[in-house]
Design a protein around this ligand. Sequence first.
Ligand SMILES: [Zn+2]
Length: 438
Amino acid sequence: MDGVPTPLRCFSERHPAEMFADDGVDSVTSVEQRAVLRCLFVHFLLHSTLLREQHYQYLKKGLRHLSDAYECLDASRPWLCFWILHSLELLEEPIPTAVASDVCQFLARCQSPTGGFAGGPGQHAHLAPTYAAVNALCIIGTEEAYNVINREKLLDFLWSVKQPDGSFVMHVGGEVDVRSAYCAASVASLTNILTPKLFEDTTNWILSCQNWEGGLSGVPGLEAHGGYTFCGTAALVILGKEHMLDLKALLRWVVSRQMRFEGGFQGRCNKLVDGCYSFWQAGLLPLLHRALFKEGESELSRQRWMFEQQALQEYILLCCQNPAGGLLDKPGKSRDFYHTCYCLSGLSIAQHFGNMDLHHEMILGKEENRLVRLQGLTTYHGVAPTHPVYNICPEKVSQALQHFHRLPVPYENKPPGASADERLSDPAAASGSADHQS
Ligand SMILES: [Zn+2]
């Protein structure tokens, strides 16, 4: 920040030229772009600031009470915990001790007797809520929270969903896709149960999801997609194998997903803008920056990621905020906790470059728009509020790694017939690469 207010990109003379040319015939894209345009102007005049207090009230209420609209997410309840807790930590709002303890007890009831976490008490274990539950518990970061996780059983569960080709199914008898590899690698690395044997052939399977577009698809041979691309790339970062991707092709694909008019990201080629891709797509840029740096790329900026950070902040702050709190997909859509979490996570990426050694901020507009409030230079360590691999606060990642690395990797519960080699495999070799960010 140099103290000079940044001129808004969306009010430049060139901006209207970025609109989709619909030749006078309405299309979904042109109708939506006009809604975005209205939002850019109206919201700029009304409130171009981060509505911190409104978001906080919305999130706080969600921890204790959900409307009927959330009934369809009955099988995603640990996700609701994660989305709300992570949004609160991004806003630097402390979680009351009693609430944290209640969340721990609730997630304990979601833990399956066969290991892993289910979408709700009494349901079957599934990798997605397992990821969400472990992340939520690491955000809470207390002994009580860490002790909820039964690591031996979690390892059993991961083995039960591992496939011979290196992929993972989301749950026993369920579908394979690259989300599962990320969820498995994320929880295994955070809780120190990651062994090379558990992820044997996983790297090759993930690499086979990168297609001719440059991004990754859910399974080999399908269309590249932002969520799957993030999952595959972040999983490879955890496994220390991201250099095996075609990094330049991936870079070309992801930067082309930022919409020239809207400023936000689309999830796939020719799709509409959506606030949640502010994290799934923009979150790839820190991972790519670091991967290309490790490959010796000399032209990398030391001040900014390789996307329009200001344009993304414009989209999030002007088009994705509900005036009553909460964030959303796009103008006209309802707010929800999922989009609140991923819009704020994307805002964090867009505002902060680098890590503790090399940190540079780019805050759009007023100082109050900064997600992390300065509390005096002595307490500010120049750390971005979210870790681009796990999407929880970097300090919480370090704290969890420190805690679980004091505990031995459980060897006993390997699949039937596990060999002595497997029991002796060195987990540290495979898990050491994730405790830092670009
Ligand atoms: Zn979305």
